[in-house]
Ligand binder design. Structure first.
Ligand code: 0O2
Length: 257
């Protein structure tokens, strides 16, 4: 059978078994409104978390004259991905089970300039009132076998509705530009399915090497940043020492008059 015919049949089978199954159609009929409402709550939770990071970025800009955040991306998990996860993890078809078991429906990705900033921002977020840490996975200190690096936090954040305060789960992924560059390309390559096995193995090794190179780049850029910061500090201290000497000199001159 031709490969594209096979894929078409598999896709149709998936749709029949999952999206068009009686159970699923009943579930959607009964839960359309609750499901849309839940997704709206997740969008609110994303707004809350995104705002918190934007505020921190603004504050650091004012205080230290540099912004630790390069960009922020947000997404709500697609219906397709939610269904696939429910099927793979055998999650019962009810709203409570979805909310309890799928913790990355709301996703916020924070792209930082330097690795140090990732930990600083994570700490600042977790120190805030009402933010509850559910899980922390440090794939920077312990990269995945694929080479993937990022800091993942599953947090709960309250959203304030008309008569209710509701805690919602959000997955926060913090990465440097280099980590994001690697992960985006690797993600795209992972979906290219018609690569022969031996070639795929070679490419996986190549990707791990690229991940190591990007980690090395992050380390070196961090070092450069720290050296610049140290020289700036030394320059400021030097200027203030010269200022003190000049002041003392002038005071002595005045005393002499
Ligand atoms: P998308 O489209 O980004 O949402 P869980 O989600 O908790 O059931 P797991 O494996 O414990 O499963 O989650 P984990 O390890 O914290 O990572 C999940 C997310 O991290 C993925 O989401 C990716 O965004 C990212 N990720 C993890 N490993 C890799 C990797 O090897 N390469 C790349 N490029 N990204 C990775 P989703 O759900 O896969 O997709």
């Amino acid at each position: 059978m031709a490969i594209d015919k096979f894929f078409e049949q598999t896709t149709q089978q998936f749709v029949r078994d999952n999206i068009l199954s009686d159970d699923f159609l009943d579930f959607m009929r009964e839960n359309r409104l609750p499901f849309d409402t839940l997704m709206a709550y997740y969008r609110c939770a994303i707004m809350e978390i995104e705002t918190k990071f934007r505020v921190l970025n603004e504050q650091f800009g004012l205080r230290y004259d540099r912004n630790p955040i390069e960009s922020i991306k947000t997404r709500i998990k697609s219906m397709d991905s939610i269904i696939k996860k429910m099927r793979n993890k055998k999650i019962p078809m009810n709203m409570q089970a979805i909310e309890e078991n799928i913790r990355d429906i709301a996703g916020v990705r924070v792209i930082c300039s330097f690795e140090e900033d990732i930990y600083m921002l994570a700490e600042c977020l977790l120190e805030q009132d009402h933010i509850v840490l559910i899980e922390r996975k440090d794939y920077i200190k312990n990269p995945k076998p694929s080479g993937y690096r990022s800091l993942h936090l599953i947090v709960e954040v309250p959203i304030f509705l008309k008569n209710e305060k509701r805690y919602m789960k959000v997955e926060v992924q913090l990465r440097t530009i280099a980590m994001d560059f690697w992960a985006s390309l690797e993600h795209k390559l992972r979906y290219k399915k018609n690569i022969p096995d031996d070639e795929a193995e070679i490419l996986a090794k190549e990707l791990i090497e690229c991940a190591d190179t990007s980690a090395e780049l992050d380390r070196r850029m961090g070092e450069i940043r720290n050296r610049i910061a140290e020289s700036e500090l030394a320059h400021k201290e030097n200027k203030s020492t010269i200022g003190t000497v000049l002041l003392k000199h002038r005071l002595n001159e005045n005393d002499g008059k």
